[in-house]
Write a protein that binds this ligand. Structure first.
Ligand SMILES: *Cc1c(COP(=O)(O)O)cnc(C)c1O
Length: 397
């Protein structure tokens, strides 16, 4: 399996790709290389490695053998040429922006983004002479109208965090490729098991590996996958020389461990979320459920084409708005009130005051993040226990 075997299934590649135990004393799992620096046979070899004329490790901020196994495996699973693992999702996202953007460039992003990504694009890259425009990418015509010869990056999540709007990746690619813009998709919500944007023509995938890829709520990490040239550029500029957000080898090891069960977990998350979305939709206290697996979702048809399953994330709005939301979250017993997502534990949070508090009230209104929205990350517990806890808390309203 160290050689690429494209006919092997997803789970097989997630477990084996790019690692041969016999190259490491038979160790079933990749060793965790806890070494900040790497010795050279002689000074010439060191210079050659720095010049890029010889393969080999130099310093952990540029590469580490444990991290390389993870990067190769993520690239394989996303269907990309090369991968780059980072210290956090924001480390991956900032490395991409800082590498690709220069003063005078423009970014067009979907109007609903993870809170810190929104803040980066709205408040911070703008300080360096970059212009950001937010449009509704569920309507590709808005992109076609906004894109111009200064547009360097088009950026979206799909489904978008937190309100589960689904963006048609192939339709966006038709516009960005004609305009020569780099289309970046944050694939955190889906993982490559459910959706592979590069295969649909996107240029770069970013991840918060903190979420489903790690899958156990015990680490912070991120990743990028794209063509070799762009990943090299982001590694040697964005990570090595700009943000320094290299992943630790221990975290890389933990993500490799998480990947072995990714397919099982995503199957279960998706099954549970679909059942829960259907049960929530029937509850008298619920005004609206946002889940692309529901026939009532305006994105259902697109999601069926674009995603293998609908994932584990649900958003809902209660008839009593935010006040009802607080009573609901405080009434839960097994389900945990916490941000983050993709863990074994079912988590519930309030985007307007938590993950998306980087938006002002007016910005949230304009970007479709209502005050009454509650986000649920369905966990891996028994479905009956998840349902009973959530429905009991709703019954109190
Ligand atoms: C969590 C998250 C991020 C940021 O990732 P970190 O690992 O927390 O830095 C980016 N995008 C999405 C969709 C997220 O959920």
């Amino acid at each position: 399996m160290t050689k690429r075997n494209p006919s092997a299934g997803f789970a097989t590649r997630a477990i084996h790709h790019g690692y041969d135990p016999l190259e490491y004393h038979g160790a079933l799992n990749p060793p965790v290389f806890m070494s900040s620096t790497f010795a050279y046979e002689n000074s010439m070899q060191g210079s050659d490695r720095f010049a890029g004329d010889a393969a080999g490790y130099i310093y952990h901020r540029v590469g580490n053998p444990t991290v390389s196994v993870l990067e190769g495996r993520l690239a394989e699973l996303e269907g990309g040429e090369a991968g780059l693992a980072t210290a956090s999702g924001m480390g991956a996202i900032t490395a991409a922006f800082w590498t690709l953007l220069s003063e005078g460039d423009e970014v067009i992003a979907d109007k609903t983004l993870y809170g810190c990504t929104f803040s980066l694009l709205h408040h911070h890259v703008t300080r360096f002479g970059v212009k950001t425009t937010f449009v509704d990418l569920t309507n590709p015509d808005e992109l076609a109208a906004a894109i111009n010869d200064k547009t360097r990056i088009v950026y979206s999540e799909t489904p978008a965090n937190p309100n589960m709007r689904v963006i048609d990746i192939a339709a966006i690619v038709r516009i960005t490729s004609a305009a020569d813009a780099v289309f970046i998709v944050d694939n955190t919500y889906c993982t490559p098991y459910l959706q592979r944007p590069l295969e649909m023509g996107a240029d770069l995938v970013v991840h918060s590996a903190t979420k489903y890829l790690g899958g156990h709520g015990d680490l912070l990490a991120g990743a990028l996958v794209g063509d070799q040239e762009m990943i090299d550029q982001i590694r040697f500029v964005g990570i090595k020389e700009m943000n320094g957000a290299m992943i630790s080898s221990m975290d890389a090891f933990l993500i490799l461990r998480g990947l072995k069960t990714l397919h099982l977990r995503m199957d279960r998350h998706s099954q549970t979320a679909l059942k829960l979305a259907r049960d929530l939709e029937k509850h008298a206290a619920v005004a609206r459920v946002y889940y692309p697996g529901l026939e009532s979702s305006p994105f259902h048809g697109l999601a069926k084409r674009q995603m293998a399953q609908f994932g584990g994330m649900i958003a809902l709005e209660l008839k009593g708005g935010l006040d009802a939301g607080r009573v609901f979250m405080d009434g839960l017993e097994m389900v945990i009130c916490a941000v983050s997502l993709g863990d074994a534990e079912t988590l519930v949070q309030h985007p307007a005051s938590m993950t998306h508090s980087t938006y002002s009230e007016d910005e949230r209104k304009a970007h479709g993040i209502t005050n009454g929205l509650i986000r649920i990350s369905t966990g891996l517990e028994d479905y009956a226990d998840i349902r009973n806890d959530i429905l009991a808390a709703l019954d109190c309203l």
